[in-house]
Write a protein that binds this ligand. Sequence first.
Ligand SMILES: [Fe+2]
Ligand SMILES: [Fe+2]
Length: 409
Amino acid sequence: MRDNTKKMNEILRLSSELNTIQDLDILLEKILLQARTFVSADAGSIQITEGNQLTFSHVQTDSLQRQLPPGQKLIYTTMKTDINRSSISGYVASTGEILNIRDAYSIDPDAPYKFNSSYDIKSGFKTLSMLTIPLKTVNGGILGVMQIINKMDEKGKIHPFNAEDELYVLHFANTASIILQRAQMTRALILRMISMAELRDPKETGAHVNRVASYSVEVYEHWARNHGVAREDIEKNRDILRMAAMLHDVGKVAVSDLILKKPSKFTEEEFEIMKSHTWQGATLFKFRQSEFDEVAAQVALRHHENWDGTGYPGRIDVETGDPVEKDQSGRPVALRGEEIPIMGRIVALTDVYDALSSRRVYKAAWRESDVLNEIKYQSGKKFDPELVDIFFDTLPILRSITSRYPDSE
Ligand SMILES: [Fe+2]
Ligand SMILES: [Fe+2]
């Protein structure tokens, strides 16, 4: 690519463009593409540390992509590499060193690492030059590696990567590290919020939120497939919904202990205060930084709305809880049917399913047949009838989720 000032200006422009994109996967995909474009590399991947393995999370190969019909994507089975010195990316992840290899098939036999040709064999690709760079945190922790493959000139001839290429790819690898670290911090923060909500309300146990989250993801996947949602979107929304569903009652941190831990029935006034956990929860996500905040706010706000318009909180100002549209009795007009966002409709169903099926301080667990009858009865009343159908279709999977997260006692 052109001369150096042009390249520097291009880097500055790209950095500011990246700042406007929030979604982690899209960001990493873009960074990898930019790194490859800068050094004219045909292929590349980002591999992320998970325990003591590296997982391929992004793989791009131009020459293989060109052989596919337009619009179609390369499908990769999730490949994993152990983090140790015997493979190239494993070596880079365990030592934190950069490896710049001229020819993957003629690596010095004395080197501790070997090239794994199984991917080449499976895909029909031929790896030659290879630049592997660690993705490091500021404290020197390794988040994964960025691997750039086959520096190619206009005629399709492959060259080794030079020192200048290393510098450019290092720049993009550092950007990827910052973004990954930011995402992992957000995740840790969310998990802390979940345990905080659990401390506040003894009904919101870890097992309950895990079950509600897993049921919701299962029901969502079926719903999304019925509605022709693209596969990549389903994948992305699964993770977002899982976290958001875990936080459905996080707004209870704002409700007094006297009410939360009351063993007997609420007075009307106490119930009004209890209802505020919906919008109190939504306000926690009001600085919409990402799609996660959007979904988490919807779930917190709408998981007690009913399909037939008898739920709460209805049309309110999320900041204050005041009605923006009142019915004759002066209460906020409730949302109904498809006015209720889908993620709210899903969690409304899975939360009740789990609450009825579990033992609580004030009630025994219902028999499964009674739970199922109640859900059927509430189809079109409390719950979206389409979701009730999906619920019964997926029941065997939901049952296996129940046994995966038993209540500890
Ligand atoms: Fe709730
Ligand atoms: Fe709940």
